[in-house]
Design a protein around this ligand. Structure first.
Ligand code: FAD
Length: 299
């Protein structure tokens, strides 16, 4: 994000403003039907030529093989660059390093490097494997030793739930970037002021790397509020009010969801944001519409 606040930036045409960069996050599908939707969504979003499409790493490394298979196939079949997520949970350094070597052999040069959460859930204390990486910062340093990867790390506009205070949170982000990550991607947030304040804190602490907002379109308010509470992202009262009573009105729910997400991304553009990461939940439609609002469309 640059510091320029131009309330009309979102009203500029594609040729009048700097190109916006987007990336799309997917999760490994569990069933054949889900896999079909996954590839259908990749097929719809790949023509937008995102900077990369990323695939998450299941809790405790449960999707190790699937993540690798999916990112390799995305790259070879869609021609879009793919990033594999990787966590330190329940694995020794040697085991994690072997996964990194596997990515390297498959030609995957982008990794989203994370500590991960214990299998018991995001709110539980993290106990590292006795021979494992103890944090994302250590993981970034470990991956760096193995090759020249483009690394992204996680950032938390509302503070990571386990950070005792803001200072510890921002110091941790700085450690991850100083260890060799190129950018931070944020956890979902719904109040842009949290993001603006976070970026300001990071810049004051000497962090200059891009802090890419992670945008979560609300396909289902009930589902997303569940995710949000598990990962420490607040649902503002005004947002809950907008979706109140829409559980059985899918059409209105979908229209409100696109209006809410549109308002969020356009306000970010007006504040100088030029890079976006979308949590797609393996669905293309809302993200396609948002990309179009950002002037990102197939060439
Ligand atoms: P870290 O940066 O290591 O920090 C975790 C906490 O530990 C922070 O509170 C930090 O302050 C503290 N800490 C770190 N080092 C120290 C230290 N030396 N001393 C004291 N405290 C310390 N999870 C998955 O399982 N799979 C995924 O694919 C996945 N993808 C994600 C993608 C994005 C963009 C984001 C934002 C999150 C993702 N997550 C994923 C969730 C992530 O694993 C959790 O949020 C996890 O709780 C923290 O991971 P981290 O990489 O931020 O950890």
């Amino acid at each position: 994000m640059n510091a320029i606040h131009d309330p009309r930036a979102s009203r500029k045409t594609r040729t009048e403003r700097p190109p916006l960069k987007v990336s799309f996050e997917f999760f490994p599908p569990k069933t054949d039907a889900m896999e079909e939707r996954f590839w259908d969504s990749i097929g719809k979003l790949a023509p937008l030529q995102p900077r990369f499409v990323s695939v998450t790493y299941g809790a405790g490394g449960s999707t190790r093989e699937r993540t690798l298979r999916l990112v390799s196939r995305i790259k070879s079949e869609s021609g879009v660059d793919a990033a594999a997520h990787l966590t330190c949970v329940g694995a020794s350094r040697a085991e994690v390093d072997a996964v990194v070597e596997g990515y390297k052999r498959a030609g995957i040069s982008r990794i989203v490097a994370l500590r991960g959460d214990p299998p018991e859930g995001a709110g539980q204390p993290f106990t590292p494997h006795p021979d494992g990486y103890r944090s994302a910062a250590e993981l970034v340093a470990g991956i760096r030793r193995l090759g020249d990867f483009d690394l992204s790390v996680a950032a938390y506009p509302e503070k990571h739930p386990q950070s005792p205070d803001w200072r510890a949170d921002i110091d941790n982000l700085k450690r991850k970037l100083d260890a060799g990550a190129a950018r931070a991607i944020t956890q979902m947030f719904f109040d842009n002021d949290d993001y603006f304040r976070f970026v300001e804190r990071a810049r004051k602490a000497g962090i200059n790397a891009p802090i890419v907002p992670g945008i979560q379109p609300i396909h289902s308010f009930r589902q997303i509020s569940g995710f949000a509470s598990r990962c420490g992202a607040a649902i503002p009262a005004w947002l809950a009010e907008r979706f109140e009573g829409l559980e059985d009105e899918p059409e209105t729910h979908a229209l409100v969801a696109s209006a809410v997400a549109a308002e969020q991304v356009l306000e970010l553009v007006d504040h100088g944001v030029t890079e976006f990461h979308f949590y797609t939940l393996n669905r293309a439609n809302l993200v396609l519409a948002l990309a179009r609002l950002l002037g990102v469309r197939p060439d």
